[in-house]
Design a protein around this ligand. Sequence first.
Ligand SMILES: Cc1ncc(COP(=O)(O)O)c(C=O)c1O
Length: 401
Amino acid sequence: MNAKTARQYERYLVSNYAPPPLAAVRGEGCRLWDDEGREYLDFTSGIAVSALGHCHPRWVEAVRRQAAVLVHASNLFAVPGQGELAERLAAYTPPGRFLFVNSGAEANEALLKLARLHGRRRAGSEGERFAVVTAERGFHGRTFGGMAATPQEKIQEGFRPMLPGFRHAPLNDLNAFAEAMDDSVAAVFLETVQGEGGIFPADADFLRGLRELCTERDILLMLDEVQCGIGRTGSFFAFEEAGIEPDAIGMAKGLGGGFPVGAIWVAEACADLFAPGSHGTTFGGQPLACAAALAVLDVLEEDDRIAHVRRLSQPWIEELEDLLRAYPDRLREVRGRGFLVGIGLHGDPRALAGHLREAGLLAVPAGEQTLRLLPPLVAGEAELAESVRILRGVLRGNLDF
Ligand SMILES: Cc1ncc(COP(=O)(O)O)c(C=O)c1O
């Protein structure tokens, strides 16, 4: 990193992030360049955001065109792009409605407010039925709602008291969830595939069981697809594989392809819980954000990118499993689906990510002992093979991690 950026970081920025190892200044497709001209194969995708890779020409053109016409006018006025985007997204959901926000945490806050409104309707009054059951090892963002929903000491430490009413059960343990889902519970809320916690998918049977329990007990089933949604697992939403219909979904990250866009989808039966004045955001769903998200959908659909992810991910994951067999003392397991893959390690993922970066591959640590590989959905066979080659080279070396 050049001395000026390093000095400015040191002097002017709050140190809430670990010291950054490089300054990213340019991107194109699966490639990222730092300010010293070094090129990297970027399998972080800005933490599952840059679905089309960096600066996809059709995305850039759509954003450029909209920026010259109207960027923002607020939700005082209709934004035609919101209608368009909702209609396009509705092709991937059961009948329902959308509300646009700016980030994953903000989408989840809206879901948690939906849970409160549902609980009030069921109980007939406020403050009786508002508990939310979430999964251990989950992650839902850094707001007060997101933190309370995230049962991790490192996330909650220093910020107590948490918002009341949250309880947790182990992912994929249907009995434990059933036990937690008493009359005080308004919603069950979990990631379909846990991302930050280390790439742990919810089993299809578990999701189907939860769906049944939620219906029986009149509890909302709300899925956080902020990281695993928008094609990343090889279906538009990761829950599709289980063949269930949730009551609400949170999405963000890949939706804007790099522009901050989030949304919630709410099933028709509870969409009327939000009434004028019950929720809002100044920026959410502004014309520029909608244009960016529509460009993501255009490219995913025109280029059939989700089928591409399904087709290419299987052989890639098999190659990663070959590495597992070759280096059992370093690698523990390969988890995940599509282009959302975690390699469980015996050691520290931060150290391995550092060695990979030196060798030209960017990857993201997750959980305590997992390395995440999140290729853009446009990554081809050559880039996937290159990632395996770089990993193999690093694993062969006598490096400590
Ligand atoms: C599953 C999940 N939910 C919510 C969030 C929070 O999203 P944001 O950082 O956009 O607020 C994240 C971020 O990593 C996430 O992975």
